[in-house]
Design a protein around this ligand. Sequence first.
Ligand SMILES: *Cc1c(COP(=O)(O)O)cnc(C)c1O
Length: 226
Amino acid sequence: MIIDNLKAVTQRISRSCEKSGRPPADVKLICVTKEASLSQIEQVLALGIKDIGENRVQDAALKYKAIGDKATWHLIGHLQTNKAKEAVRIFSLIHSTDSIRLAKEIDREAKKIGKIQDILIQVNTSGEASKFGLAPDDVAEFFREVSPYTNISILGLMTIAPEVDDPEKIRPYFRKLRELRDELNDIRYTIYDIRILSMGMTNDFEVAIEEGATMVRIGRAIFGEK
Ligand SMILES: *Cc1c(COP(=O)(O)O)cnc(C)c1O
């Protein structure tokens, strides 16, 4: 049952916050609906969820058509530059900005419709070849390059941890994202206040919260395994 799953997830989030001395309001739950039906999405919205995460622009476009601005839409999957236009139309926050070229394209499309598009930078903290995202060492350069672009607003960083059995093993990757954020803010490479850390999924969100996540992206723990 979605209602029970959601309650359990919310409780686990609160407990992890408590454990790490953080107020529960620090952590926003992004409900990942890539495997969910429209009626399941309606259910979570009725239960008070506002933030919906989708990983494909095409799928999100269909759902957006039905649900519209009743939800706040988050793009969490890889974005191709040729879909930037559609993404800017739908999403409040694009978590998966992973190249300077893409950031410029998002800026260009946002400018056309008079929007300031909020984005996160996806960072490949584990260095796995299969993962999208900037290398941690390239993030400062990214900020320098995109700082003239006025129709994007960079609010934080996102990472996807490697899939391992023991969530403790991935703690270092979450920690790395937090340290990178703190470093960027200290050095003031940027006019931005880099606050958001989007990290943690069904298998690892508790560790992510302990390491400072401000957004967790959770699907299976709410909708069940496919
Ligand atoms: C699918 C997905 C999630 C949610 O994963 P679950 O294991 O279902 O919680 C989070 N982030 C991204 C980028 C995803 O693609």
